[in-house]
Design a protein. Structure first.
Length: 329
């Protein structure tokens, strides 16, 4: 849009162009040229500046996003390395724990102890997870198995109580099955599990005074670096073991000896579950962080390509506007 002053200049220029002998012809022509140059350059500069603002905002957003993804990738790579080191140690410690745990279950398996269905009215479920995440669906699988057991047992009119080993399991069950939770054991998974940790869980169970007829320890059984399976080991009360028909093949067992064996077997089974769960967790976290690092690399490549295309488009647009403005002079 031309202002009134510029319009007067144009009228004056047209007048002097008609008067070839006008003394001010060249001066007016020069003024007109400078005025038009100023107007055109101003229009071009405004257009380029507005385009630069939009483009710079877009480029700035892409740059910030690229920087954040690169920082996240550094974290995921570091977590993968840490998980790989912990996994190697956990796998080495799992082998003796399996031998130790299977020995505790030998009596139940050889004697074929089973709780009578009509008398097993109280059931106990011990779910083993940890306090830390970023390891895929390893915790949710245990929670899903426990929910399925609760649904089937309560549907049969049984009483079910749950002990949560690990804060992640508590968070998954608290909202929907809070009435079935008896104990919550935290500070699990921050350090490699020990026999003392299993003893603490077993002691809390025995001190709670809850008398159960049958139960199970539900955990993730380690199979390979990329595979694990939700598994469970049976639990029996002292009365159930003492009154089992298959126990008659053994000599008379003192009640104190049987009670001590039951406590020892309980700790061994929990310790085995902690070891299996820890190894599965580290392998799952290593796999998850590896996938996250690969996804971050793909996002970085796509954003880098977008950034280069956007910057090239901005430069091309600015050149076109400058050339168009210069051609209109």
């Amino acid at each position: 849009m031309l202002t009134d002053a510029n319009r007067q200049i144009l009228i004056s220029i047209n007048h002097h162009n008609c008067c070839f002998n006008c003394f001010f012809k060249n001066i007016c022509y020069c003024c007109c040229s400078h005025v038009f140059d100023a107007l055109k350059l101003k229009l071009v500069s405004v257009s380029v500046h507005s385009g630069q603002v939009r483009s710079m905002a877009t480029l700035k957003d892409i740059t910030i996003r690229l920087k954040s993804i690169k920082n996240i990738q550094k974290i995921t790579k570091s977590m993968k390395m840490v998980a790989a080191a912990k996994y190697a140690r956990a796998e080495r410690q799992l082998k003796p724990a399996r031998v130790y745990g299977s020995g505790a279950l030998a009596l139940y398996e050889k004697a074929e102890i089973k709780a009578p269905e009509d008398k097993a009215s109280k059931h106990l479920l011990i779910g083993v997870t940890s306090d830390r995440g970023l390891c895929g669906a390893i915790h949710s699988n245990v929670a899903k198995a426990i929910k399925s057991e609760i649904a089937s047992l309560t549907g049969a009119g049984k009483e079910v109580m749950v002990i949560n080993v690990g804060d992640k399991l508590r968070g998954l069950l608290h909202r929907t099955h809070g009435s079935h939770i008896m104990l919550n054991c935290k500070e699990i998974g921050r350090k490699p599990p020990t026999f003392a940790d299993a003893s603490i869980v077993a002691t809390e169970l025995m001190n709670s005074g809850y008398e159960f007829d049958q139960g199970a320890v539900i955990f993730n059984r380690f199979r390979s670096v990329i595979s694990y399976k939700t598994d469970q080991k049976p639990l029996f009360s002292t009365d159930t073991v003492a009154n089992a028909e298959s126990m008659g093949v053994y000599d008379d067992i003192d009640a104190d000896v049987l009670r001590n064996y039951q406590e020892f077997a309980l700790v061994n089974i929990i310790y085995l579950a902690l070891r299996e769960s820890s190894t599965s967790e580290q392998s799952a976290r290593m796999t998850a962080m590896d996938s996250a690092s690969k996804n971050a690399s793909e996002m970085i490549d796509k954003l880098t390509l977008t950034f280069n295309r956007t910057r090239q488009a901005v430069i091309t647009k600015e050149l076109i506007e400058i050339i168009s403005g210069a051609a209109a002079l």
